[in-house]
Design a protein around this ligand. Structure first.
Ligand SMILES: Nc1ncnc2c1ncn2[C@@H]1O[C@H](COP(=O)(O)OP(=O)(O)OP(=O)(O)O)[C@@H](O)[C@H]1O
Ligand SMILES: [Mg+2]
Length: 225
């Protein structure tokens, strides 16, 4: 079974001549198909942890293994080689590209991964958009979409290339309860159907309650809830 194993992660930021430690030895294991929630107050380090797990930022100390492969060895060479295929990331603030349609925003993931199977990729994109209930929006631009629809495009983009793990930062932030529930159920179903391990940072306790495991991040460490 595929696993992502992070151990002893430390991360500090400097600002205004003073250092604040955001992560103080965090360890977490994510197995394929497992859904994990990370809750905690604003500024507690949820985004920092997700970005480190996805190789978008680097810890000051600690290790991250995918199965037996040390992703941080050789100057993070393995992370650089594997990041695009191993991970999908749905950002806290969407970051959809405004000049690209819904379809093109998703297709970009394959372009970045240098994946040339154009026809197969197109079918895959349409299938995922369909599973998320937004296939009919494929030729629209982000400014034409509602917040909930944009949220779904961001999730489609995070999973369309069939990564092993998807990190989602507040995927139901700024949504009404009805749309939030749609996203909650869809992301959990996607994880189970595609056997993807997901980590969700969320303030939404209703969402957290539906996930396999939930941790609270507090004083730089993860505590079981
Ligand atoms: N690049 C950075 N430089 C300096 N400080 C940073 C940086 N990124 C994050 N921080 C600080 O690290 C702490 C944790 O931030 P982080 O974004 O991980 O919190 P969060 O739990 O995701 O909060 P929220 O719930 O508001 O999204 C905050 O105090 C923040 O100011
Ligand atoms: Mg955050």
């Amino acid at each position: 079974m595929n696993k992502l194993i992070a151990s002893g992660l430390y991360k500090s930021y400097q600002s205004g001549g003073h250092t604040s430690e955001v992560l103080s030895g965090v360890s977490i294991t994510i197995s394929e198909g497992q859904t994990i929630g990370v809750i905690g107050s604003s500024g507690s380090g949820k985004t920092t942890l997700l970005q480190i797990l996805a190789g978008l930022e680097f810890p000051d100390q600690g290790s991250i293994y995918f199965n037996e492969i040390n992703l941080l060895s050789n100057n993070s060479e393995n992370f650089n080689l594997m990041r695009k295929n191993l991970f999908g990331y749905a950002y806290q603030f969407h970051y959809l590209l405004d000049d690209l349609t819904v379809f093109e925003n998703c297709d970009l993931v394959f372009k970045i991964a240098n994946n040339k199977k154009v026809l197969e990729n197109s079918q895959q994109i349409i299938q995922i958009l369909d599973e998320l209930g937004i296939a009919e929006l494929k030729n629209k631009y982000p400014y034409m979409l509602s917040g909930g629809e944009r949220q779904r495009v961001a999730i489609a983009r995070a999973i369309v290339h069939e990564p092993e793990f998807v990190l989602m930062d507040e995927p139901t932030g700024n949504l009404d309860q009805e749309n939030a529930e749609v996203i909650q159920n869809l992301t959990i179903k996607l994880a189970k159907d595609h056997n993807i391990g997901i980590v969700v940072a969320t303030h939404d306790l209703n969402y957290a309650g539906k996930l396999d495991t939930v941790f609270r991040i507090e004083n730089g460490d993860l505590k079981p809830t």
